[in-house]
Design a protein. Structure first.
Length: 792
DNA sequence: GGTTATGGATTTTTT
DNA sequence: ATCCATAACC
């Protein structure tokens, strides 16, 4: 009786959360649907609510819905949000990345196109190793034909579904001639290793659907509804895949924003989203233009920055929120001073406005720019975290360990075998490996088989033979264990029996200790995996690892300022955003200067950066900057010229001071008592006065303008509207102060091995410490025996 | 077989 | 300036 009523009520409640265009997208029934979702317009909300609506209101079975994203993070978030909407029924829908979906299809049905179900997935370094091998077969100079360049060409070809044969037929020119030959050999080598690279996953999945009619039918029938997120990032191969899957029911819903297309350089084609209506003339088009994230002024700036681009789908972000503060443009003397300025602004805001550090993000165009910022933060003792950068699974020790595990699962994986055959060193040098390689080639077998064949053969010295035999026996022993032990136990045994841990321990350097720590971390990962997965087999684990990018996904509950590239910032939001290095040749980047299309992409990148901010934006640029050891005069970025003056406040007093008083700079750089006197310390007083004056001015103005407004709860500058809520408030609540188990940012400590260091940040479980000689390390509070250095 | 010197390049990143 | 790869060394 009440069940129907309750359900109707639930649906009503669902729709009440939405604005008009969102509701239009969510309630659209059958047929193709294109949703242009501007930045901060509640895109994920529309997508997840639509899925919930299809299931709840339209009675669509969850298992007939396919939702595809590009990253694991996005897929995870989507699943989680749908689960909160409809509960455990969400588990039945297919929600995943393009790559995981393809891997799944290929494992199940790949046999039809001669893909073994137990294939391994080669990541970038594996791929590079194979490319190098292929190039040495082609016998060309690898300085002229650089592996990354060749790989890039092959990858681009795969993204366009062009195989080696077609490549050689259609691509002419001296470079592509070589690439074509390398491509063929590269594919052969992948097959020998029973491996697919990332691009193969998509390309072969398309091939599977094209060439195996019964498989195509199966999936076309199954997926009554196909939804794709971030459609502006799609490449031709992925597009073809989506088209094939959706061909039967034509219930294809794509969501994206052409203005946020920033991955053209890796094959994404904005044209695809813009041409959606060409493929589906009957497509319903919805535009989400109301923004729930930023203040009016920030949106005005973003709108003006993106406006000059041609060929956009017309749209303009708007908001109900208040105008908010002006966008600040600050001219710094050089990059050190720029960093110092940003650090001081944040430090001041934390103290005076009681904002936590985690409210701030600093965005830059290139990774190299982070260093100066880090130095400024370290000297000022401010906590920060770098988002992106070196990934956990790319660290050498982790790759080594994974290589061991891969060999145990897939004895044909010669790339992994070569990686570990002499790690730790066990007397199997390049010469021995070369002989083994030849044996493998002659017998058309794997490298591991060659290790067996080498026994008793006259090809190797007795010593080499003994070493190879010992190695082969160890692998055989571990392989046997792999059959019956859990992944964690097996991993433990690998570390012990291979001598890997022993090698690190013997080394005794701080770096080795850090590596050992990382391996421990890996063990906690295998445990977590076993707890959370039904089928915790070695192969399931390795697939999990291969398709997962950031195992140690930076913990955004950590109270620290986030630093990252503009690319990494996509999809995130922060109350306060600093974008640094807004100079010609930096942003837009020098390499994009020649090409109109690339310049348009840089502009979109700037738009993405601006639209990350909820309340405040500061853009900085330098008068001078040292690049590659060369100091240059820098021109402000063209993007700064597009900002509407009425929403901008420009500050360049400090740098003007230096322009008018050149002696001051000379003085600043003159050596004093053998050491260079810090420019920054000279500047400090001048700028602090300027900043103080400015803050005072701002406060006064705000006091005047808000006098009549009624006191309202919540932070100034944002409006919480029903549609969208800031994501980051929901995380674990932590004490607002930074000191957890005693350590706070800036504190000086002593580590038994690494010596003196400065605490960068500290959470409940671990503390990040910068050591002058060893770099920045994360230490577990349980293990690390840290002592306070008596500072005075 | 492991370690140090030289040369060359040096956007962005996911899977 | 600095990082990485390869090449010449011990």
């Amino acid at each position: 009786m009440g069940a129907k009523k309750a359900e109707a009520k639930a649906i009503e409640a669902l729709l009440a959360d939405l604005n008009e265009p969102q509701r239009e997208a969510v309630c659209h029934g059958d047929g193709p649907l294109l949703v242009f979702a501007g930045a901060g317009s509640g895109k994920t909300r529309a997508l997840t609510y639509r899925i919930a609506y299809l299931i709840e209101a339209c009675g669509v079975a969850p298992e007939s819905i396919l939702a595809v994203t590009f990253t694991n993070k996005a897929a995870g978030e989507m699943k989680e949000r749908i689960r909160t909407l409809i509960g455990d029924r969400a588990a039945a829908l297919w929600a995943g990345t393009f790559h995981s979906m393809c891997a799944r299809m290929l494992r199940r049905h790949g046999r039809a196109i001669k893909v073994e179900p137990n294939f391994v997935i080669f990541d970038t370094p594996d791929q590079m190793a194979l490319i190098k091998e292929a190039l040495s077969v082609v016998d060309v100079d690898q300085k002229e034909f650089k592996p990354p360049d060749v790989h890039q060409r092959i990858s681009a070809a795969k993204n366009e579904l062009i195989g080696p044969t077609e490549f050689r037929r259609t691509r002419k020119g001296p470079f592509d001639e070589i690439v074509g030959r390398a491509y063929r050999i590269y594919q052969e080598k992948l097959a020998q290793n029973n491996a697919l690279d990332f691009d193969d996953l998509i390309m072969r999945a398309v091939q599977l659907l094209r060439e195996a009619p019964e498989v195509r039918e199966h999936y076309q029938d199954r997926f009554g509804y196909v939804l794709v997120d971030e459609y502006q990032d799609i490449n031709f191969a992925q597009y073809t895949l989506v088209k094939l899957l959706g061909e039967k029911h034509r219930n294809v819903c794509v969501v994206g924003d052409d203005d946020q297309s920033i991955y053209g350089w890796r094959g994404a084609d904005v044209g695809i989203i813009l041409d959606f209506e060409k493929d589906y003339p009957d497509a319903h088009v919805v535009k989400l233009e109301q923004n729930y994230r930023s203040t009016q002024r920030i949106l005005e700036c973003a709108n003006e920055v993106i406006a000059p681009n041609r060929g956009r789908a017309p749209k303009r972000l708007w908001t109900d929120a208040e105008p908010g503060e002006s966008v600040t443009v600050y001219e710094a003397v050089n990059e050190q001073e720029e960093a110092y300025y940003v650090a001081s602004c944040i430090s001041r805001a934390v103290q005076e406005r009681r904002r936590p550090y985690r409210d701030f993000a600093i965005l830059y165009r290139t990774n190299a720019q982070s260093r100066v910022l880090e130095e400024a933060f370290l000297t000022q003792g401010l906590p920060y975290r770098i988002v992106g950068g070196v990934r956990f699974y790319e660290r050498r020790e982790i790759k080594d360990l994974i290589a061991y595990l891969r060999v145990l699962l897939n004895p044909a994986d010669s790339v992994s075998l070569r990686r570990i055959i002499n790690v730790p060193t066990r007397g199997i040098g390049d010469k021995t490996v070369a002989v083994l390689d030849r044996l493998a080639y002659e017998n058309a077998g794997s490298l591991l088989e060659a290790c067996r064949a080498a026994q008793g053969s006259a090809e190797l010295s007795a010593r080499a033979q003994a070493a190879v035999e010992r190695f082969e026996r160890m692998i055989a022993r571990l392989s046997e264990q792999a059959q019956r032990l859990t992944v964690t136990k097996l991993t433990n045994n690998v570390l012990e029996q291979s001598g890997y841990l022993e090698m690190l321990e013997k080394d005794g350097t701080a770096e080795s200790a850090a590596r050992a720590e990382n391996l421990k971390e890996f063990l906690s990962l295998t445990q977590k995996f076993e707890q959370s997965h039904e089928e915790a087999s070695l192969s399931a684990f390795l697939e999990h690892v291969a398709l997962l990018s950031d195992i140690d996904e930076s913990d955004d509950s950590e109270n620290a300022v986030a630093m990252m590239t503009l690319h990494s910032a996509k999809g995130l939001e922060f109350p306060v955003v600093f974008m640094v290095g807004l100079e010609e040749n930096i942003f837009p980047h020098q390499r994009s200067m020649r090409d109109e299309r690339e310049l348009a992409e840089e502009r979109r990148l700037c738009y993405v950066g601006l639209t990350r901010a909820q309340e405040q934006v500061t853009l900085t640029h330098c008068r001078r900057r040292t690049i590659y050891g060369q100091t240059q005069e820098c021109e402000p970025s063209r993007f700064l010229k597009n900002l509407p003056e009425e929403h901008v406040e420009r500050y360049d007093e400090v740098s003007r001071l230096f322009a008018t008083e050149p002696k001051m700079e000379e003085l600043a750089q003159a050596p004093v008592g053998g050491a260079k006197l810090d420019l920054v310390s000279i500047l400090r007083r001048a700028r602090e006065n300027a900043v103080l004056a400015r803050e005072r001015e701002k406060e006064e103005r705000k006091a005047a303008s808000t006098k009549m407004a009624a006191a309202r709860p919540g932070r100034p500058g944002t409006t919480m509207s029903a549609g969208e809520r800031p994501k980051r408030r929901t995380g674990k609540m932590r004490a607002a102060s930074q000191g957890y188990q005693g350590f706070r940012a800036g504190e000086k400590i002593i580590h038994p091995k690494f010596g003196k260091g400065i605490v960068v940040s500290c959470t409940e479980a671990e503390v990040t410490v910068a050591f002058p000689d060893q770099g920045v390390k994360k230490l577990s509070l349980d293990y690390a025996k840290l002592e306070r250095a008596s500072s005075r």
